[in-house]
Design a binder for this molecule. Structure first.
Ligand SMILES: [Zn+2]
Length: 73
């Protein structure tokens, strides 16, 4: 019973952190910046150009990167 309670607490803690990380991408096609969000449970950010709708996908390396800005050419 004690172990079950600890597991449930861990799950609750995860649910309380729904903050989705995001990055900024410069779309060369229309020369605009757009904020794109990380896919839940994946090491990839997916977003669309706000003007022409072009789709962009940014992979996050295993080592991670401090860079918050990317360029979609
Ligand atoms: Zn565009």
């Amino acid at each position: 019973m004690d172990v079950y309670d600890i597991d449930r607490d861990d799950t609750d803690a995860e649910d309380k952190a729904p903050k989705r990380p995001y990055i900024h991408v410069l779309f060369d096609c229309c020369n605009v910046y757009q904020r794109i969000y990380r896919r839940r449970g994946q090491r990839v950010y997916v977003g669309w150009c706000p003007k022409c709708g072009r789709r962009v996908k940014v992979r996050v390396g295993v080592d991670g990167t401090q860079c918050r800005f990317f360029r979609a050419e």
